[in-house]
Design a protein around this ligand. Structure first.
Ligand code: PEP
Length: 247
């Protein structure tokens, strides 16, 4: 059975308790759109409250540490996310890879830690503009997948991949339909190479400047199984317009 489109909001480092009203409104709106799976990843400080504020939508973390506990000041483990009510965590977002220097190896360890803690994983990959201009986009993304896909038994069952071209994140620029289609096809082939037949069932999201006015077109591209949404997920109005486009 084909899975439902999956629309995930990444709130990044945005929001204090006041934003919980948006989470509640997203939850109510999602209840009217049952043909779409909806989730948000609030900042860790709001995870527990978000879990309590919503009934239907998924709730997740934006990152986790590779270890379960220990002397890692400021970090949060997957087990802690789970305890706070998370269903999943994002790992390998380009802001983590770039601003925190996370390698594929670290991202893989985080994904495996999340799975071990009982969380589903959204693994982000994507090329920079220079890599695309040099004609290396598919090679870069393929290598990220080879290096960061979790390898534990059954890992692909709880894995979602988000293709997020770095140059499209927060810029208002999106790749052409043909480029998204080609990349998602290449990602699918790589997932099958890594996981065998199970790789055919892993959902692949597109992320990068998804808005209400481009969501319909992006979501209709073959093998685009949903969207990872940053800026436009911060209000229920703009996020639900994207969810509506997926319905
Ligand atoms: C993101 O950072 O995951 C993202 C897709 O951001 P935006 O939608 O703002 O481009």
């Amino acid at each position: 059975m084909a899975s439902l489109p999956y629309i995930v909001g990444n709130w990044k480092m945005n929001g204090t308790r006041a934003i919980l009203s948006e989470a509640r409104a997203i939850d109510r709106g999602a209840a009217r759109l049952p043909k779409v799976q909806v989730a948000i990843a609030p900042p860790a400080t709001l995870l527990h409250r978000t879990r309590e504020a919503v009934e239907l939508i998924g709730v997740g973390g934006q990152d986790c540490h590779v270890k379960e506990s220990g002397a890692f000041t400021g970090d949060i483990s997957a087990a802690m996310l789970k305890d706070a009510g998370a269903d999943f965590t994002i790992v390998g977002h380009s802001e983590r890879r770039t601003l925190h220097g996370e390698s594929d190896e670290v991202v893989r360890a985080k994904a495996e830690a999340a799975l071990a803690a009982g969380l589903a994983v959204i693994l982000c990959v994507g090329e920079t503009e220079a890599e695309r201009d040099a004609g290396n986009a598919e090679a870069v993304v393929g290598s990220q997948l080879e290096g960061s896909c979790p390898q534990a038994d059954g890992a692909s069952d709880k894995l979602t991949v988000a293709y997020e071209p770095v140059w499209a994140i927060g810029t208002g620029r999106v790749p052409s339909v043909d480029d998204v289609a080609a990349m998602h096809k290449a990602i699918r082939a790589k997932l099958v190479a890594i996981y065998g037949d199970a790789g055919a069932a892993v959902r692949i999201l597109y992320g990068g400047s998804v808005k209400a006015d481009n969501a319909g077109e992006l979501l209709s591209i073959p093998d685009v199984g949903g969207a990872l949404v940053g800026g436009a997920s911060l209000t229920a109005e703009s996020f639900l317009a994207i969810v509506g486009a997926a319905a």
